[in-house]
Design a protein around this ligand. Structure first.
Ligand SMILES: [Zn+2]
Ligand SMILES: [Zn+2]
Length: 276
């Protein structure tokens, strides 16, 4: 492995609910899980159903020491957590971070609330890994490894969510999901996170035409992703958090429209690997 690589691996890019079927085969149906490899360091973001294939791949590669960051804990971002093989490996060390519930609930409490009867058959104490829970506040800069700096910011989403900007080796990649802008205004907090990024992954649950029917749901459109990319001089924007109703052919159509407006825009799919 190249020590200087900054590799983004998309394990789950669906929003709201995992889907399967012939009309979802190309873009995939797993909910949000993003891996960033910064040289020798592995960072995971969110524990949607995509965490299961991510965890299997890490196990196959012998990676048993990594950090997992939550944007927030809605079901589509947490449902894969109990299926992360490393949690049950006594040799593994997993550091889990969250900040969207700062002052209301700790990361450890969040996991304990989610992974317990009657919602799940067993409690977190069945996990054999060394699990370190870290709490932070929006605006904190996290340094999980030397030379890896992660800036954080609050997103406008019911119950709160955190956006992340990861800086490593002179490059920057941001993850911004789930978030909503006030009509006609691009959220300055989002612009700040994505300014000049090599790539940002962005909540594109809706189209502009659909937005007015979903005010208050805390999501965005792919057109807003492009407006943000242009305003913040980002090189690339990857659309993620696809609606569970959005078929492959509809996402292909969005891709064709988007690349006409901004050369660095693309519709992301499960399994995609991007080096920045
Ligand atoms: Zn979501
Ligand atoms: Zn959400």
């Amino acid at each position: 492995m190249n020590d200087n690589v900054f590799r983004v691996r998309l394990w789950g890019v669906r929003g709201s609910l995992p889907v399967s079927g012939v009309e979802f085969q190309h873009y995939g149906g797993n909910t949000i899980c993003i891996e960033m490899q910064c040289g020798p360091h592995t960072l995971l973001f969110d524990a949607g159903s995509g965490l299961m294939p991510a965890g299997q791949a890490l196990k196959a590669d012998g990676v048993s020491d990594f950090n997992l960051f939550f944007t927030h804990c809605h079901y589509d971002h947490i449902v894969g957590l109990p299926y992360l093989p490393a949690l049950f490996d006594p040799m593994a060390s997993v550091t889990i971070w969250s900040g969207h519930l700062a002052g209301r609930m700790s990361t450890r409490q969040m996991i304990g609330e989610f992974m317990r009867p009657p919602w799940f058959p067993v409690e977190p104490d069945i996990c054999r890994a060394s699990i370190n829970c870290r709490d932070f506040r929006s605006g904190d800069v996290l340094v999980p490894h030397d030379n890896v700096a992660i800036r954080t910011g609050s997103l406008n989403h019911p119950g709160g969510a955190i956006g992340y900007r990861v800086e490593w080796g002179g490059r920057a990649v941001a993850l911004v999901t789930d978030t909503e802008h006030r009509p006609g205004i691009l959220d300055p907090a989002v612009l700040d996170l994505i300014e000049g990024t090599d790539l940002f992954l962005y909540d594109c649950m809706y189209t502009d035409d659909e937005m007015h029917r979903h005010v208050g749901y805390g999501h965005s459109s792919w057109q807003q992703g492009i407006r943000l990319a242009k305003a913040a001089n980002a090189k690339q924007v990857a659309f993620i958090h696809h609606s569970p109703l959005r078929t492959d052919s509809e996402l292909d159509a969005i891709q064709r429209l988007a690349e006409r407006e901004f050369a660095g825009a693309f519709t992301a799919r499960d399994g995609q690997v991007i080096d920045v």
